[in-house]
Design a protein around this ligand. Structure first.
Ligand code: F6P
Length: 371
């Protein structure tokens, strides 16, 4: 027994990201090789919050067999959710309204009842904030950062991003072909929430002509001018990549509504951009929304490796007595940063960074300058 640990739990919360199963395998093997028991909590924290609604009290025994051959699989074998934050649980009142109730004490009690000595919580800003709250209320917690959006500040990289960019690039490559055949504009909407990383990286890799990101409020006149200029040079087609969180200079974020207890759902900007560009240029336009396709599918080797490194580092953190920290990539090493600071600031695209400068050198239009 290291540091009074004989049994740990792992939970995966928020939107799934390729590489989660690699983390689960790595945590399981690294912990079992230290003689610890490992369980997975079903669907974020729901397994422990609502044990009667699940087989085996909402816990999955993570044996060596259970994690055999899963690193290359997308998704998470223990399930995930982005609903029902246990520290601010939406609870219906008699008058039908909802208030948020902190149920962390009840949840921590369930960890103790199940004989779980520590939690490894794998997630984005939501799950890491919950993890920090549980840590501050007495639970031993290590965080592992996850998001395809690449918007977590205290780590150089999160697993899932590379896979999302890779797949988006492949899709844009394919759209290039059909856009060329038909001489059309194709607008590709990608995920990323309030950060433009996926749009910028996939758009650049695939050779897009316009990229719209949340960091730069956009005007479509410069994009239309770029398309016309291409036309004059004989290029009858154009590709514009739009991040779901991109906002027009004189407009609003495009959303699809909000369910109680969940973050607002973004989406719809691609169609608006395509329609407006068609009106501005007179060219036939189409919109393709890649959406959740970016989250499924097998992780790239880079994301698998990062997941494996993060998982084992989380177990080592517990072994050496860390608590309330998040594992983070600080190349070439994996280090530990306080959980409390991990979600305070969102990592957005630096507009004076080398990648943006390169994009501008290539003539990619961001909707803020005439070509
Ligand atoms: O944060 C990851 C992410 O995929 C975002 O890019 C996107 O806005 C959101 O999750 C969508 O989540 P949901 O699963 O609720 O549709």
């Amino acid at each position: 027994m290291f540091n009074n640990i004989s049994k740990i739990a792992i939970s995966t919360g928020g939107g799934d990201a390729p590489g989660l199963n690699a983390v689960i395998r790595s945590v399981t093997l690294a912990a079992r090789n230290r003689g610890w028991d490992v369980v997975g909590i079903r669907d974020g924290f729901n397994g422990l919050m609502f044990p009667d609604e699940y087989p085996h009290g909402g816990l999955v025994d993570l044996s060596r067999e259970a994690v055999r051959g899963i690193s290359h699989l997308g998704g998470t074998i223990i399930g995930s959710t982005n609903k029902g934050n246990p520290t601010a649980y939406p609870t219906e009142q008699e008058d039908g309204s909802f208030v948020e109730v902190d149920r962390s004490e009840e949840l921590i009690g369930r960890f103790h009842d199940a004989g779980i000595d520590a939690l490894i919580t794998v997630g984005g800003d939501g799950s890491l904030t919950i993890g920090n709250h549980l840590f501050q209320n007495g639970l031993r917690v290590i965080g592992v950062p996850k998001t395809i959006d690449n918007d977590l500040d205290k780590t150089t990289a999160t697993f899932g991003f590379d896979t999302a960019v890779d797949f988006a690039t492949e899709c844009i490559d394919r759209l290039f072909v059909t856009a060329t055949s038909h001489g059309r504009i194709i607008v590709v909407e990608v995920m990323g929430r309030y950060a433009g990383w996926i749009a910028l990286h996939s758009g650049m890799a695939a050779g897009a002509h316009g990229i719209l990101i949340p960091e730069i409020p956009y005007d479509l006149e410069p994009i239309a001018a770029t398309i016309r200029q291409r036309e004059e040079r004989g290029a009858k087609f154009s590709i514009v990549v739009v991040a779901e969180g991109a906002v027009p200079i004189d407009g609003e974020l495009s959303t699809k509504g909000q369910t109680i207890g969940q973050a607002v759902q973004l989406g719809g900007i691609g169609t608006k951009v395509a329609q407006r560009l068609e009106a501005l240029t007179g060219k036939e336009s189409r919109c393709v929304v890649l959406g959740h396709l970016l989250r499924g599918g097998p992780p790239t080797s880079l994301d698998r490796l990062l997941g494996l490194r993060f998982g084992a580092a989380a177990v080592r953190a517990l072994e050496i007595g860390h608590n309330g920290v998040m594992v983070a990539l600080d190349p070439p090493n994996v280090t530990y940063v306080p959980l409390v600071g991990a979600t305070q600031r969102m990592k957005t695209v630096p507009l004076d960074g080398d990648t943006m400068t390169t994009a501008r050198d290539l003539g990619i239009n961001f909707g803020d300058q005439m070509p």
